[in-house]
Design a protein around this ligand. Structure first.
Ligand code: ATP
Ligand code: MG
Length: 359
C-alpha cells in the first residue's frame, strides 16, 4: 500500500495542507513544535480511525475552529481508494471511504494498513500489559475486521458480567445468571486468545530476525503469550471456564472479572532475560522497534499488501549502527520518518515550519 497524498484543513496546527508523497522514504523534517508529528498522526488516524495521542479527538481540531478535515488517497495492488475523516466540535466524527460514509469504524479496518512507531512506543515493553494487548489487538484488527468485532462483543459481555457481580442478588440467582455470561465470555474469549497466540507464533520468527538484524546478531528475542493458553478454541474455552470457576469467590468480592484475554500479556525476553524488568532503555526501545518491524512483515504476509511505516522521532534515540540498519530496513516499504536533522538519502524531503510546508 502507498499513500499518494494528504490534504488537511484545520487539523492541529495546519490551516490548509496539500502534499504529495513518494512511494519510498519520505522525510518530514523541521524544528521542534512545527507540526511533524501532527502530520503523521493524521495519516495514522486514517488507518485506525482514531488518534493515538489525543484522548479527546476534538483536541485535534485547530484551536478556535469548528471542524477538522483529513483526506488521503491510497494506492493498493488492486485499485485505489480515498479516505476522509471529519471531526466536528458539535457532531459525531464522520469517516468516508470513496465518498461513502461508513456506519461502523470496523469498516475502515484494512483500508490503510500502517505500523506506527514513536518514542512513546517504549511503553510497549516497559509499561502495563494493557499496552501489549493493544499492540496485538490493533494489529489483528488491521488484518481481520472479524477480530475487531469480536473484541467489541467480548467487551460488552465482560461489562455485563462485571455489572452483575456488583448487583445485590441472592447467591442462587447470581450463580445461575453468571453461568450464562461465563459461557458467552469463554466462547468469544477463546477465539480472541487463539487469534493472539497464533499472531505471536507468526510474529516471533520475524521479531527474532529483525532484532538480530538491528543488534548486529548480538541479541536473541523471544515472545511468549502469558495467560490462558492452548492450541484449540475448545481447549482454551474449557480452561477459561475452569479459571472463571476457580476465581469465582474472588470475582464476587472484587466485583470484577479477574481472568480472561483482558488480563493477558506478552512476555518479551532477550537472551533469556525478561526485558521489561531488566532491559536497558536502548534495549527496550530496540525490542519495541523489532516487534513493530515484525508486525509489518506479518501484516504483509496475511493481507498480501505491505503496510506503510510511520516512524516518529526514532533516529535521535538509536545508536549509529541501529540507525543505519533501520534506514536500510525502511527501503522495503513506504516510510514516513520525522526528524529534526537528516543527512542520509531520501526519496522526498518535506520541510515543515509552523504548520506549513516549506520545500
Ligand atoms: N488543536 C490544535 N490546534 C492548533 N495547534 C495545535 C493543536 N494541537 C497541537 N497544536 C500545536 O502543534 C504544534 C506542533 O506539534 P507537533 O507535535 O506536530 O510538533 P513536532 O514538529 O512533531 O515537534 P517535535 O520535534 O518537538 O516533536 C505544537 O506546538 C502544538 O502546540
Ligand atoms: Mg514530534
Amino acid at each position: 500500500m502507498r499513500v499518494k497524498n494528504l490534504k488537511l484543513n484545520n487539523y492541529r496546527n495546519y490551516s490548509e495542507l496539500r502534499v504529495d508523497f513518494s512511494d519510498g522514504l519520505n522525510i518530514i523534517k523541521g524544528a521542534n513544535a512545527q507540526g511533524k508529528t501532527n502530520l503523521i498522526e493524521a495519516i495514522y488516524m486514517c488507518s485506525i480511525g482514531k488518534s493515538l495521542r489525543a484522548s479527546k479527538e476534538k483536541q485535534t481540531i485547530k484551536w478556535d475552529m469548528e471542524r477538522a478535515y483529513i483526506s488521503l488517497d491510497v494506492e493498493k495492488k488492486y485499485g485505489k481508494s480515498n479516505i476522509e475523516i471529519i471531526i466536528s466540535k458539535n457532531a459525531k466524527k464522520t469517516v468516508r471511504i470513496n465518498k461513502i460514509p461508513i456506519k461502523k469504524i470496523g469498516e475502515l479496518m484494512g483500508e490503510l494498513n500502517a505500523v506506527f512507531f514513536s518514542p512513546d512506543e517504549l511503553k510497549l515493553i516497559k509499561e502495563s500489559p494493557e499496552d501489549r494487548r493493544r499492540f496485538m489487538d490493533i494489529s489483528l484488527s488491521q488484518m481481520s475486521k472479524n477480530y475487531f468485532y469480536l473484541l467489541g462483543k467480548y467487551e460488552r459481555v465482560l461489562a455485563n458480567r462485571n455489572k452483575l457481580l456488583k448487583e445485590d442478588l441472592s447467591r442462587e440467582k447470581l450463580l445461575s445468571t453468571l453461568s450464562i455470561w461465563d459461557e458467552q465470555l469463554a466462547t468469544i474469549g477463546s477465539k480472541i486468545i487463539l487469534n493472539r497466540i497464533q499472531f505471536l507464533q507468526n510474529l516471533a520468527p520475524y521479531a527474532l530476525l529483525s532484532h538480530k538484524y538491528l543488534t548486529s546478531d548480538s541479541e536473541e528475542l523471544k515472545l511468549d503469550y502469558t495467560g490462558i493458553i492452548g492450541s484449540t478454541e475448545e481447549e482454551i474455552k474449557q480452561k477459561f471456564l475452569q479459571a472463571l470457576n476457580k476465581n469465582l469467590e474472588k470475582d464476587i468480592k472484587l466485583c470484577f472479572t479477574s481472568v480472561g484475554p483482558h488480563r493477558d500479556d506478552i512476555k518479551v525476553s532477550v537472551n533469556g532475560i525478561d526485558v521489561r524488568t531488566f532491559g536497558s532503555q536502548g534495549q527496550q526501545r530496540t525490542c519495541a522497534l523489532s516487534l513493530k518491524l515484525a508486525e509489518l512483515e506479518i501484516i504483509e504476509k496475511q493481507t498480501g499488501e505491505k503496510p506503510i511505516l510511520l516512524l516518529d522521532d526514532v533516529l535521535s534515540e538509536l545508536d549509529n549502527s541501529r540507525k543505519k540498519r533501520l534506514l536500510n530496513f525502511c527501503k522495503k516499504t513506504q516510510t514516513f520518518l520525522t526528524c529534526t536533522e537528516f543527512d542520509g538519502l531520501a526519496d522526498k524531503v518535506i520541510v515543515v515550519s509552523g504548520g506549513e510546508i516549506k520545500a
